[in-house]
Ligand binder design. Structure first.
Ligand SMILES: [Zn+2]
Length: 561
């Protein structure tokens, strides 16, 4: 065990490298209480090559030490992550990682999208927690952090609330950029501020021009690009938003068709291959002017959900090749990965990125019952899509999906890894090696208990809790209690374990109590409120305690009356 080390950062001078060295120092201090000392015989050397790649090497440094060398600043970050995951920690000492070799990622776009809305954790937690989480994900191989400035909440960029949100998003993106990671802005092709002119607004009704359903999530303030003057206004507003982030140099800009967004009018139909493309091309052109380095990602999310034939129409539009203003096509769906790119080829032959929804599936409210763990589901997804993708932007509503993030980040680094192996590494890193096997088993047991939901009983307004699957909740809870008893105190109290423990306890208590609200459930849900900073959370993301559900009912009643 090493009780003291010397941190050798050589000629490291750039801000990113200084931050990565500082990150390593802070993590070692937190994990075992060891700080660098100038005279220590054991040396940790951090270095960076001259390349642009994202790989790293970890080698012996005779007579006593380890050298972590990145191909670039972010390669060093990933090497530091690999080194830390391989170390074993005691009180005041650590056993350095025994792993030696070189490693580089298979896929070039290993992003994460933080949804900052509904007063979820990204929206309301102390921003220092989010910054530290960006570091966590960087250590696991993430190379891009994506955010969305959701215009419809605000009257314009002069709105003080808009300025506060811009400031928060900038802090998150600056944390990523400070570590040498890329940043990404998302937005709708026809996105608008809250008080958009009503005569320029998009149609969102269905039952005409081929639309069988109104577009989901539409806020009814979006603009119709076919109305005279609307495209100019869309571009003016989009330009203001892009300018607010220009100095951060976002590497990617994703332009969305739906959810929210879209226009169902006759002139825009079918939106995905007509009005959307016109608006997106104009937005892409403006983006290239303001952010010349930004790659344009065209999203196809929810194509064919509200009108049939959008995918097929896009194929026809791109039959002779994709327009030069598109760099990537984003392909994915809440209801399973679209089939068309496999059967007919990718429209225009574009590189494809995914958008796996890792936060909601199965439970309502999302994450309201603790950790959402789906290793079987994501392993199956991965085997289906890995040959098609250049990477992905998983959609996240908070920290309850942390295990799914790590699975996807690690598959994008090494597509052949087994889910069980990644789960073991996760548990060894974030829990303790002694429980890694049991924690992996717990993850699979919890996946059998999806479909938990909270409803209000009409006769007395009290919450009741339901499950949709037979599950093995009692077995999971028993295993969780056994693991809990074997964890060091600081791990047992950490948010990663508490989210897993609460998830197991809640699943078992819902069954043993027949779905009634109990004192234990109330304590569990209130602990989740603390862990998520969810005091103000909206219904989709609020842990369903009696208190929280009463608060939400009151706010609905106040809004109605
Ligand atoms: Zn329209």
């Amino acid at each position: 065990m090493i009780a003291a080390y010397r941190l050798d950062t050589g000629e490291i001078g750039t801000e990113s490298l200084t931050r990565i060295a500082e990150l390593l120092r802070r993590r070692l201090l937190r994990l075992c209480g060891v700080e660098p000392r100038g005279e220590a015989p054991f040396v940790l050397r951090l270095a960076v090559g001259t390349g642009e790649g994202e790989g790293y090497s970890i080698a012996d440094l005779p007579p006593s030490g380890v050298a972590v060398t990145g191909d670039s600043a972010r390669g060093l970050l990933y090497g530091v992550g690999r080194f830390l995951r391989g170390c074993r920690f005691g009180q005041g000492a650590f056993e350095p990682s025994a792993w030696r070799g070189t490693s580089a990622p298979a896929m070039s776009l290993r992003a994460m999208y933080f949804a900052t809305h509904f007063h979820n954790w990204y929206h309301d937690a102390p921003v220092e927690e989010i910054v530290r989480y960006v570091e966590d994900l960087g250590l696991w191989g993430c190379n891009t952090i994506a955010v969305w400035f959701d215009m419809h909440h605000y009257s314009g960029l002069d709105d003080p609330a808009a300025r506060r949100m811009i400031g928060r998003l900038r802090t998150i993106l600056e944390a990523a950029a400070g570590l040498g990671l890329d940043t990404c802005l998302m937005g709708l092709a026809n996105e608008a501020f809250r008080d958009s002119p009503s005569d320029l607004r998009a149609d969102w009704t269905a039952g005409h021009d081929g639309y069988t359903k109104p577009p989901g999530g539409h806020y009814h303030v979006e603009l119709c690009p076919s109305r005279p003057g609307a495209l100019d206004l869309l571009l003016r507003w989009r330009g203001e938003v892009l300018q607010a982030f220009r100095d951060l140099g976002p590497r990617y800009t994703v332009i969305w068709p739906y959810d929210q967004g879209g226009c169902t009018c006759a002139a825009c139909t079918p939106w995905g291959a007509n009005g959307f493309l016109r608006a997106a091309e104009a937005v892409a052109g403006l983006t290239r002017e303001i952010l010349p380095q930004s790659r344009i990602v065209l999203s196809t999310w929810y194509f064919n959900h509200f009108i049939p034939g959008e995918w097929e129409a896009l194929c026809r539009r791109f039959a002779a090749g994709a327009p030069e203003w598109i760099d990537y096509l984003l392909v994915d769906d809440y209801d399973g990965f679209p089939e068309l790119p496999f059967s007919r080829g990718v429209p225009g032959g574009l590189p494809v990125v995914g958008f796996p929804e890792i936060s909601m599936a199965g439970n309502s409210p999302w994450g309201g019952f603790g950790a959402l763990v789906r290793p079987r589901h994501w392993e199956q997804y991965w085997h289906t899509v890995r040959g098609l993708l250049q990477g992905s932007f998983p959609y996240s509503e908070g920290r309850h999906d942390d295990i799914s993030k790590v699975l996807l980040l690690q598959w994008q680094w090494d597509p052949d890894r087994a889910a069980g192996e990644i789960l073991t590494e996760y548990a060894e890193t974030h829990l303790t090696p002694a429980v890694a096997g049991d924690a992996g088993r717990l993850a699979y047991l919890l996946e059998e208990d999806l479909g938990l939901h909270a409803v209000v009983r009409p006769e007395d307004g009290q919450p009741v809790y339901r499950h949709r699957n037979p599950g093995r909740a009692e077995e999971a809870y028993e295993l969780a209690r056994s693991i809990d008893g074997r964890l060091p105190a600081h791990v047992a109290l950490g948010w990663r374990w508490r989210l897993l423990w609460l998830r197991a306890a809640i699943g078992a208590e819902i069954r043993s109590g027949g779905g009634a609200s109990t004192a234990l459930l109330e304590r569990c849900f209130e602990e989740l409120v603390c862990l998520y900073s969810a005091e103000e959370a909206e219904r989709p993301v609020a842990p369903p305690s009696r208190r929280q559900m009463a608060r939400l009912r009151q706010s609905v009643a106040a809004a109605a009356g």
